[in-house]
Design a protein around this ligand. Structure first.
Ligand code: IMP
Ligand code: MG
Length: 187
């Protein structure tokens, strides 16, 4: 079977249309992977995926990285089942790796208000990593209210709800191979 990539999808009564195709996503991830491979040569970075949303992006990104590297995960929650952020970050799973003096690369699916990443950077600083680099697949630049340093951005997107390629709406839609955006016209 081919990857699951319909042109339109209805989830929870909302209509979404393709916004970024599988090819566009892969092409951009390949560029980021190549840049990371040269910038982190001889540094053996630890990729830290922020669950759940980043798992597919991280899996693809790491396969375009050609230097020794490690991976670990942590889990945060701020959205619940809604389309707007709850404004609170909860820790749901801590990292296991010892990151002291290590180069860490935080991998996020999307930076919206910036609350989660802002929180995470402050939290991980306590463990004294040698460096912290932020990679996000998507950035809703207009929605970002918190001051966050973002080192690599896959795509800047408008301030609309998106899903697919790891991102969910009330836990559904993560299995879509492309990124979909709310189809306002059909509402
Ligand atoms: P922030 O803390 O407001 O930057 O929100 C970050 C988190 O909210 C991301 O890690 C996502 O899990 C979730 N999120 C933000 N925008 C969207 C969206 O458009 N679709 C799905 N999840 C989103
Ligand atoms: Mg997330």
């Amino acid at each position: 079977m081919d990857l699951y990539q319909p042109e339109y999808i209805n989830i929870n009564g909302e209509n979404f249309r393709v916004y970024l195709t599988h090819e566009e996503i892969q092409q951009r991830i390949k560029q980021i992977g190549t840049e990371l491979s040269s910038n982190f040569k001889d540094k053996k970075p630890i990729f830290i995926g922020i669950l759940n949303g980043s798992y597919i992006f991280l899996a693809d990104l790491m396969r375009y990285v050609s230097i020794p590297c490690e991976v670990d995960f942590l889990k945060l929650s701020s959205y619940g089942d809604e389309k707007v952020s709850s404004g609170q970050v909860r820790d749901l799973k801590e990292i296991d790796a010892n990151i002291e003096n290590r180069h860490i690369i935080l991998v996020e699916d999307i930076i919206d208000t910036g609350l989660s990443m802002n929180y995470l950077i402050e939290k991980l600083k306590q463990y004294k990593p040698a460096s912290m680099t932020v990679v996000t697949m998507l950035h809703k630049k207009e929605a970002t209210k918190f001051d966050v340093q973002i080192d690599y951005t896959g795509f800047k997107i408008p301030n609309l709800f998106v899903l697919g390629y790891g991102l969910d709406y009330a836990q559904e839609g993560r299995n879509l191979a492309q990124i979909y955006i709310l189809n306002e016209k059909e509402e």
